[in-house]
Write a protein that binds this ligand. Structure first.
Ligand code: C5P
Length: 243
């Protein structure tokens, strides 16, 4: 893959708690990273201003707020995500088909009304912090985790979503069941030159994730904590483009 293509697929997790830190990172990395993920921490602290700031510097925003509520409420949130001009946002597949369809319909209508591009809408299937025991004992889900992930990914696709957020170990099975047009975004990425997995339990290198079929990779600490974040991003792009 060419470096320019790798840039389009690299998403930086803006896991910082201030607008000034976020803005500095986007300014530094905007020529290497196309998508910036704004999650609960930054959005709770700084609100829509964080989205505006990233967009005004020229970055695309992945709004990672994992909507999970009644369909009417999620539809209303989806409209506001469109109004903020986000490139991508996500919902929990376990909110059900009606909720996911409501998000897609509301986003479609609002994009048409505003004359702006339709965002990519992804589903979170099963959080990677859960395991088979928690599914069975706490949530009373008596299917094994991999099958449950696949089931929810298929449901998301049938509900009109564009794709899923998936752990590296789920890429292959999701691809098998949901086909090639279905977007897969993968966190849990660690470059081959670092031994620091932080709290990630099962990691893949950028090249491995791309080879397995990830459309986008999300990277946080390997860039955020690097002495030279721009150099770290360059090395990650090179690793991706080896595929
Ligand atoms: O620093 P690191 O590269 O581990 O950051 C990964 C980002 O992806 C974080 O923002 C984290 O919340 C998110 N994420 C994850 N694992 C998931 C889903 C999201 O690490 N299963």
């Amino acid at each position: 893959m060419k470096i320019e293509e790798a840039k389009k697929r690299l998403c930086l997790a803006l896991d910082v708690d201030s607008l000034s830190d976020a803005t500095r990172l986007v300014e530094t990395l905007k020529d290497k990273v196309t998508i910036f993920k704004i999650g609960f921490q930054l959005f709770t602290k700084e609100g829509p201003e964080a989205v505006r700031a990233v967009r005004s510097i020229g970055g695309r925003v992945f709004l990672d707020l994992k909507y999970h509520d009644i369909p009417n409420t999620v539809a209303a949130a989806a409209r506001e995500a469109v109004n903020m001009g986000v490139f991508m946002f996500n919902v929990h597949a376990s909110g059900g088909a009606e909720m996911m369809r409501a998000a897609v319909e509301a986003a479609t209508q609002q994009s048409q009304k505003n004359g702006t591009p339709m965002p990519i809408i992804l589903a979170v299937t099963v959080l990677t912090s859960l395991n088979n025991e928690i599914l069975a004992n706490e949530l009373n889900v008596n299917t094994n985790l991999k099958d449950h992930v696949t089931h929810l990914a298929v449901l998301a696709k049938a509900s009109g979503l564009n794709g899923v957020v998936a752990s590296p170990k789920e890429i292959t099975t999701i691809r098998e069941h949901c086909g090639h047009g279905f977007t897969i975004l993968t966190p849990g990425i660690r470059p081959p030159w670092t031994n620091d997995a932080d709290d990630q339990k099962r990691t893949l290198t950028p090249a491995q994730a791309i080879r397995l079929g990830a459309d986008y990779i999300v990277v946080g600490r390997p860039i955020l904590k690097a002495d030279d974040p721009a150099a770290a991003a360059d090395k990650i792009l090179n690793d991706m483009s080896s595929q």
